[in-house]
Design a protein around this ligand. Structure first.
Ligand code: SF4
Length: 221
């Protein structure tokens, strides 16, 4: 995609949703970090359901350590990989208390040194909690980057590097959310809603998905 087309791509996303936000429920940088850590291979809806009660009781690492691994598991049992996630959340809380005075670190290396925190989680926390212009590449962004030609790449790191290069500065702060929400609700994995997509003329993906009613009339599955 050319730089001009990329600018237009983001301009349209910004016009449709000027102030996009994460769909994860959070109260402070710590609860955001926990919510993101729990969201690997789980939907935001399922994480929000589990954290609604949890975050009424626990909003800082000391309270999490006091709750303990078994106590945490009781809250997050409905989320995939909850055993590993519970272990990581307790361990990262202990490490934050020991090394960071109970605060979420604001730099990437310190974040990624926490148990269970990878580049994607660090990018989300830096962007959402601290306003850094990072773009965390999840499954939705990876797909959108490749399908649209905005930032093609074989792996998330390559797509992230492509997005860093092509995203105009004025759109960087919100790029992460625009692309995730666009991938989640329009440029969906199995059947993208090309028929109602504002990026149709910029996107090389073929064949474009027709409007369901029109598809039914001509017998397209
Ligand atoms: S036209 Fe279709 S494939 Fe292209 S960005 Fe839009 S929804 Fe995705």
């Amino acid at each position: 995609m050319t730089d001009d087309d990329a600018f237009e791509f983001y301009r349209r996303l910004a016009e449709a949703d000027p102030a996009p936000e994460t769909e994860l429920r959070w109260h402070n940088p710590y609860t955001l970090l926990v919510a993101v850590a729990l969201s690997a291979q789980a939907t935001d809806v399922s994480v929000n359901k589990a954290t609604r009660r949890l975050f009424e009781e626990v909003r800082d690492p000391a309270a999490m350590v006091a709750l303990g691994e078994e106590g945490l598991k009781a809250h997050i049992r409905t989320i995939g990989l909850y055993n590993t996630k519970a272990k990581n959340v307790i361990a990262l809380s202990e490490q934050m208390l020991r090394d960071h005075g109970g605060e979420v670190p604001r730099d990437r290396d310190a974040l990624q040194a926490l148990p269970g925190v990878g580049r994607k989680t660090a990018n989300v926390v830096l962007n959402v909690a601290f306003g850094h212009e990072t773009i965390a590449v999840d499954t939705h962004i990876f797909r959108v980057g490749n399908r649209t030609g905005l930032a093609p790449g074989k792996g998330p790191d390559q797509v992230e590097a492509g997005l860093e290069r092509i995203t105009p500065p004025m759109f960087r702060a919100h790029a992460h959310h625009w692309l995730i929400l666009f991938g989640r609700y329009v440029c969906k994995a199995r059947k993208p809603d090309c028929w109602r997509c504002v990026e149709r003329d910029l996107c090389p993906y073929e064949p474009k998905t027709p409007e369901p009613a029109a598809a039914a009339r001509v017998g397209v599955p």
